[in-house]
Ligand binder design. Sequence first.
Ligand SMILES: NC(=O)c1ccc[n+]([C@@H]2O[C@H](COP(=O)([O-])OP(=O)(O)OC[C@H]3O[C@@H](n4cnc5c(N)ncnc54)[C@H](O)[C@@H]3O)[C@@H](O)[C@H]2O)c1
Length: 396
Amino acid sequence: MTEYAGFHPIDKSALPGQEVGVGVLGYRFMGRAHSNAYHKMPMFFWPPVAQPRLVAMCGRTEDAVAEMALRLGYEGYYTELDEMLADPRIQLFDNCASANAHVEPTLAAIAAGKHVLCEKPLAPNAADAKRMWQAAEEAGVVHMTGFNYRFVPAVRFVRDLIEQGVIGDIYSFRGAYLQEGGDNPDRPFTWRSDRSQGGYGALGDIGVHIIDLARYLVGEITTLTAMTQTFVKERPIPERPGEMGKVTVDDVFVSTVMFESGAIGTIEASKVATGRKNQNTFEINGSKASVVFDLERLNELQVYLREGTPDTLQGFANVSVTERDHPFYQFWWPHGHIIGWEHSFVGEVNHLMTAIVRGESIAPYGASFEDGYRALAVAEAVLESADKGRRIEVAY
Ligand SMILES: NC(=O)c1ccc[n+]([C@@H]2O[C@H](COP(=O)([O-])OP(=O)(O)OC[C@H]3O[C@@H](n4cnc5c(N)ncnc54)[C@H](O)[C@@H]3O)[C@@H](O)[C@H]2O)c1
């Protein structure tokens, strides 16, 4: 019997998909982006492989974590990580904290038998990232690094085109991740400015994303040369008015890279790219085709196909990657009804849940901890090359 004539209540226990309890550390930018994805995933990736259950957020400041847990739809919150990790309702630990809080909390979660998703950069250095990868492998838990751009439909479509041989042999990759604002000297000194607190400059903050896309699309990087530069050398410390903190990370890096396949490329990232809001872009030139992607136009792909068009009509075509047959798009809207940055996280979470529930592998289409580690091995080679002023072999 219902209270309202004609109203049929829904039995929520009939929702398809296995329940997977989630506990998230860190509740700011990424905590919000991931939480949004957990809510959206079972609605859109239908029928869902899993029903993420948002059990708890964890943070150090009680008022703030309580408010965010309420706002983002969690059942509760913890202020102590070990207590959250002891909660048997949680199967997945999602580390959205700053990079200096990635290693020990994630290792503790692995030791507690939780599956783990950790934001990039996986660790403040490659050696710690390798430890995390090995610990997760030994524990037999599912592990994923937060390289969400792999789940932009146009990016996955490029990978498909490469696998199908449409691009041909890849000659070159030109990748750049550019943001403005780093040149503002009033921006405060935070963990991001300080290498010893896990800060990693443009290289670790955004550079690892484009390094990952280079690896994802073209393959392993074997040798490189690089330069880095820091323009704003000190910044005001908010907690100590009048005091300045010494910036020990790069504002910009530029590198030339050689891939295992023999392809050659450039990879750069900048936090002082005046006018660039969030331009994550790459161009791939192959023997049969070229493609150009830009995150600020993420539903589009510029494609040049050498064959099949008369010479007089050849040129780059602007393809709207929103057809049902494009990757992930059968889950979104009718073609031309575009999606945004946050949807990449929904695809990422769906991939992770599929791996947890069905035992499928995170690699090669998702980024495992091995990928998080390998991106950092490349990042360390960038720093070493910039420091020594010579070409470096990447040590994996
Ligand atoms: N994938 C992406 O597109 C993307 C975008 C931005 C940031 N990130 C990454 O996500 C991570 C978080 O970045 P953000 O921008 O959300 O940072 P943020 O500074 O906005 O938030 C960091 C959170 O970590 C918490 N935290 C810090 N140290 C902690 C500790 N010792 N114990 C518990 N909590 C702690 C803070 O309280 C805060 O909630 C970083 O590694 C960053 O590089 C990824």
